[in-house]
Design a protein around this ligand. Sequence first.
Ligand SMILES: [Fe+2]
Ligand SMILES: [Fe+2]
Length: 201
Amino acid sequence: MSHPILDRLQSDHQELSRFLYSFRLYMQQLIDPSSSSDIALILNMLDFINVYPENFHHPVEDVIFAHLMTKSNIDLTDVTFIMNQHQQLEAETREIREDFQTLSFSSRGSLDRFFDDVMVYIDEQNAHLFLEESSVFPLIEDVFSEDDWLTVEGLIDQHFPGDHWEEFQSEIDQMITDIERVLVSGDYRDLQAPIDVQRDY
Ligand SMILES: [Fe+2]
Ligand SMILES: [Fe+2]
């Protein structure tokens, strides 16, 4: 039984994994010339992957990981790597969103390049989640005492007054469920006014 904060981070990871899976499927549709794509939906997805980890998930992890780094006699290689990767992933997310906005859908080469970049980005995000789950979270569970958790809880309360986690979780869950439904049905009407991509190749 892990600490409730780790449980919450793990439940975020489940949502993020579901999201990344849907995003990969949707990007595969984007490069298929026979399907029509909804730009608004992709922008929604890119907003989500920009806003949620950067404003909530990563800052909470950073508080916990920074506390872990005050400990001696443990191997901090993975946690150092992971903390640096937060900034890198956030920068890449912003870049992909910008690239998407200037993407030329009429150029097969530019679309293929964008698709390849997004696939690399999704793999990096998944590898990040995996390293946290397989290495950093178990290390925290091993090393943290009750006092460590009290310190970390105090810092998190200070940075995020009020507990909006459940609100966040239900919003995310609803959004991903909507995206999954749209992916299955191909019916975008409930989600956003569709903007069909014009292709001339
Ligand atoms: Fe992380
Ligand atoms: Fe995480």
